[in-house]
Design a protein around this ligand. Sequence first.
Ligand code: SF4
Length: 531
Amino acid sequence: MKKTLQDLLLKIKDENPSLAGLIQDLLEKASIPLQLDITSFRVEDFSRLAELAVRELSEDERRNFYEAFMKGLSSLGSDLPKQLEEKILEKRLPPEKRVHSFEEVVYDVDLKSAVHEASRCLRCKTPRCVEACPLSFPVPSFLSLVAQEKFDLAMKLALRLMPSLRTCGRICVAYCEKACTLGQLSGKPVRIRAIKRAVADRYLKPENLPKPAEEKNIKVAVIGSGPAGLTAAYRLRLLGYPVEVFEAKSVIGGELIRRIPEFRLPSKIVEREVDLVKRLGVRFKTGICVGEDIDLNDLMKQGYAAIFIATGAGVSRSPGIPGLDLDGVEMALTFLEEVKFGKRRSIDGIVWVVGGGNVAVDAARTALRLGAKSVKIMYRRTRSEMPAFHEEVEEALREGVEIEFLTQPVEIIGEGGRVRRVKCIRMKLGEPGPDGRRRPIPIEGSEFEVEADHVIFAIGEEPESGWIKEEYDIELTNRKAIKIDSRFRTSRDGVFAGGDVVRGPSDYALAVADGIKAANEIDRYLKSRNL
Ligand code: SF4
């Protein structure tokens, strides 16, 4: 006998009459008739209902709605609940194996599972994933192509926007997933980042690159080759500009290649993406530090009609406590860079890493892999205030890193010029500060000491703006960041800036988005000048 949505509502009403009332309301608002046969109730219908539920219900109501609705559908013979189950298959090294190697922790995402996962997408009318993504990545269209196994087309779509989907599929904070309608209901968003990775690992190839517009006779320079610089260079090249990127270091890729450990982002991934940017015709000049090896004013005289500054935020903040000059005390960024370039292959004894962000977690997991006897993170707030990605903290704990919360170092104590102990103080949380996180307050008289052989500081980074001379007329903020307006223009005509040198340390997606938007603004500026 035919089963309808009315039957489903009756089932829910038996257990929870008020929830049944809520659902009936939603069905009416979505203009879905109660007489509809359960087997004819499709993803498109559920999508309308889901978007309404996310807009109108509280978090608890949403979860209850999803659970009861899916249970009801399932008991009445609908396939929809199965279709919406999470399908992604990530292949991970087990913790006991990975702590002895720098191999990537998630070493593959199964493509077939990515196809099934993509078919979970509800194709929302107002895609929250796109709204939340700083790049406005066309998530539903991309997922639809993947679900149809049109991988080359999906890749071409992504490459119109950015060259680095393999990196994005690994280290992006995934604002899209946090906002995803399905995730808001079920707690299990479409795994967009993993799908991107599965496809990009196999289909990011030169044949899928878009063709640049006809070459213009107007040169643009980009300073810095991290995510913002690389993306801006790529986009400007696609718009037809000859682009040269000036990179102070000997390698291209900025922070991505210098500081993110191999187990999170292998160098070869970034190198392949840089290769694509080169193939498009972008030229790179490495080992040239603007401000030292070449003056910015001279660069402008060399005929670059616009310059985009994206030098990042690679200057470690110092804690300003006694004992920093002892052997065994170091800054996390330098430590990570030395390991990445093979200058550092081991670390012994008890290692403390001070900080709660991704750099601290990366340094701790790296120290573990280099052979430290024990690795502990010291953080002055609690777990819920840690800025590091939740999943990276989880992985670190699984691997054996410990975390000492509500603790801050006040002095590093040495013997014979080497670190031996750290004097710490306990903290408590006070009122929220301007960033919304509760401020840590030292508890008087709570000082204590811990043993240490190494102390690695990861307490924040500052914009890499020390090379900017006064005569460049580029205004900085009191936090040493470059000041820009809403169109990425600095105080100097023709000079634009974006990424961490403007924002301070932020995340990959925001830097890439800045690169895209700044390239558009530079194009607009150059067109307005009728060069
Ligand atoms: S990914 Fe999530 S938010 Fe985006 S269209 Fe699909 S279901 Fe909607």
